[in-house]
Design a protein around this ligand. Structure first.
Ligand SMILES: NC(=O)c1ccc[n+]([C@@H]2O[C@H](COP(=O)([O-])OP(=O)(O)OC[C@H]3O[C@@H](n4cnc5c(N)ncnc54)[C@H](O)[C@@H]3O)[C@@H](O)[C@H]2O)c1
Length: 596
């Protein structure tokens, strides 16, 4: 028979502990909430009441429910208060010696049948368990931040955890309304093992001044649909906690350099910049504990005026190409009021592109997003051509032809001869170095990358890629154009993968490696990222949509340019591509799509 949990204990009421108390109390369990001092206890109480008050204000919790919830919590200093709990979950800082000391103490204080659980993110549950005389009753229950919101719980079973303890904890998770994945004891479990390499990489980009904090975060939110950017997420996690997790993962997880904490993290932690909890991390917050970001000395000036500073006037835009991206980009510019000259390789191709643009604009009309007049005006702004010579007097050219360097270089050399001086020449390449294209012209200062996302009319992000030869004026023009298009332009350097792909694909590749190592299933890994981190799709769903061949090609480019051993494409990804399993488009990738 399943064990009855009536009273549970929570040790440590910081970022995670206070949220875990709320989860338990909200689901009818009595909680003994323990801290190290009266002051820390008071902080925990304030966090809990703040969170439940917000839930009441948002109409998610009735006042009476809140009062009942709070009445279920007994706040105490010292572990002795935990003598009568059925289960205790520890959420103190991520240090093995501290956790071992606490578990030895819990073993002494708690009832012999009590389950002892840790919320550690990266430490070995096994090593923590051996500090007790009951390692078979020790388990990991890894909640996600913020605990009351995130649906996932990783249940970590060591080689000695008894099966009935695992089953009882799984049943408890269900009672709490959580989805659990049960896994073995490996550094970072599923979600953090996939998350922290990415987070650390983002910190490294920021540290190298590759892009601003706002641009890195906007790129991942708007380019991948993530609920938060990586630097804002680091602030939420707490930089001290993140540092410890990375450090442990580096040591336990095979000394992968990608987990060696970025030096900036250590400096920030030492300086007391711990993220939201201290009121300042990568961003500045209204006050310690507040989620509200306030402007600081790094906040970029707001408004279009700032964007347009030094920008050239753009009225006429040439778009070269006839594929998916070119077609979408023509629509975007025409809708935004620019005069557009589309250049394809022939009248037949132009007719096809024109048809696609019309269909897309018509859809906008049917959905009530565009008036018929605006549709007709947009179409009227487009001129269809098959010769580059017609680009002689445009102000901006956007190239979106095939992703082959020789083709792009030849095109840019032609544009250099045809276009008037002062034109901004942009490439939409997603993987080639922009500088190679720029050097095919006599005017590299006017060349820039404008990396649109697919489908261009819908995706709100454009990566603006500056080479070492791009002029400030060209960058300012690109930024102003993106703003006029209603897109968020993020500025970055000319490195493989720019911001989004450089941060996204290694994570996807890591997920493939995890599957390859049989640590978990594709389903559970997808659940972990969706329910634990709020991602719109799991890595295997996304790989199947993007295409395994495309993903492999991007990953290879990243590996070749950065020579980072951790970026080497996962053999399983290579094998699937060789076997013709390319994802949805071929009917099979990580999953079989033919039966749907
Ligand atoms: N922050 C996250 O996003 C996150 C997510 C999942 C899991 N975790 C894990 O949860 C654990 C706690 O992390 P956090 O971010 O909440 O840390 P935190 O620093 O915000 O909170 C830790 C709390 O533990 C208290 N504490 C310290 N020593 C104690 C003792 N001897 N007895 C009782 N209380 C004590 C501290 O006063 C503090 O309030 C770590 O193992 C961490 O890896 C963190």
């Amino acid at each position: 028979m399943a064990r009855e949990f009536t009273r549970v204990g929570v040790v440590g009421l910081g970022t995670m502990g206070a949220g875990i108390v709320e989860v338990f109390a909200r689901n009818g369990l009595d909680v003994t909430a323990v801290e190290i001092s009266e002051a820390a206890l008071e902080r925990g109480r304030v966090t809990l009441t703040g969170s439940t008050d917000r839930a009441v204000a948002k109409g998610k919790l009735a006042e009476a429910e809140r009062d009942a919830l709070l009445a279920r919590v007994d706040f105490r200093v010292g572990l002795e208060a935990l003598h009568d709990v059925d289960l205790v979950i520890e959420a103190v800082p991520e240090h093995l010696d501290l956790k071992q000391r606490i578990f030895a103490e819990l073993d002494r204080v708690c009832k012999p049948e009590a389950i002892l659980a840790t919320n550690t993110s990266s430490l070995s549950v096994t090593e923590i368990s051996v500090a007790t005389s009951r390692p078979n009753q020790v388990i990991g229950i890894h909640f996600f931040n913020p605990a009351p919101v995130m649906k996932l719980v990783e249940v970590v079973r060591t080689v000695v955890t008894s099966a009935d303890v695992v089953a009882d904890v799984e049943a408890l998770c269900e009672r709490l309304g959580k989805v659990d994945v049960t896994i073995s004891d490996r550094a970072g479990f599923i979600a953090n093992a996939l998350l922290f390499g990415y987070l650390n990489h983002a910190v490294g980009m920021f540290e190298a001044r590759y892009a601003t904090r706002e641009d890195i975060d906007a790129a991942m939110k708007l380019g991948c649909g993530l609920p938060m950017g990586p630097l804002a997420l680091m602030d939420l996690i707490g930089l001290d906690t993140a540092y410890e997790i990375l450090d442990t993962m580096y040591r336990r997880g095979g000394r992968d350099r990608r987990h060696a904490p970025a030096p900036l993290l250590k400096q920030m932690v030492t300086a007391g910049l711990l993220g939201r909890k201290s009121g300042r991390g990568f961003y500045t917050y209204e006050r310690p504990g507040s989620p509200k970001v306030v402007p600081d000395e790094y906040t970029p000036p707001a408004g279009d005026a700032a964007l347009a500073d030094g920008a050239r006037a753009i009225a006429k835009v040439g778009v070269v190409g006839s594929g998916t991206m070119a077609t979408g980009i023509i629509e975007v510019f025409a809708k935004a009021g620019y005069e557009v000259i589309s250049v394809t390789r022939g009248a037949e191709k132009s007719a096809k592109v024109c048809e696609t643009v019309k269909t897309s604009l018509n859809k906008g009309v049917v959905r009530g997003k565009l008036s018929e007049t605006d549709r007709d005006a947009a179409l009227g702004r487009i001129t269809w051509s098959a010769t580059l010579d017609h680009l002689a007097d445009v102000d901006l050219v956007v190239e979106a032809v095939i992703e082959e360097l020789s083709v792009k270089k030849a095109l840019f050399a032609s544009l250099d001869e045809i276009c008037k001086p002062g034109v901004v020449l942009a490439t939409t390449t997603s993987s080639l170095p922009v500088i190679d294209v720029a050097m095919a012209t006599q005017r590299p200062a006017d060349v820039i990358g404008l990396h649109f996302f697919n489908p261009a009319p819908i995706m709100p992000l454009v990566e603006i890629v500056r080479t070492i030869r791009t002029s400030a004026e060209t960058s300012a023009t690109a930024r102003a154009v993106c703003a006029t298009l209603g897109k968020t332009g993020v500025v970055c350097g000319d490195r493989s993968g720019f911001i989004v792909n450089a941060l996204l694909f290694p994570y996807l590749n890591d997920a493939v490696r995890m599957l390859e190592a049989s640590y978990s299933t594709a389903d559970d890994i997808d659940y972990a990222m969706k329910l634990g981190c709020g991602y719109p799709m799991g890595p295997f769903e996304l790989l199947d949509v993007v295409g395994l061949d495309v993903s492999l090609a991007i990953q290879r480019e990243l590996y070749l340019e950065l020579r980072e051993p951790g970026f080497a494409p996962a053999p399983l990804l290579e094998h699937l591509v060789t076997a013709g399993y390319l994802g949805r488009k071929s009917g099979r990738g990580f999953r079989d799509h033919t039966r749907r």
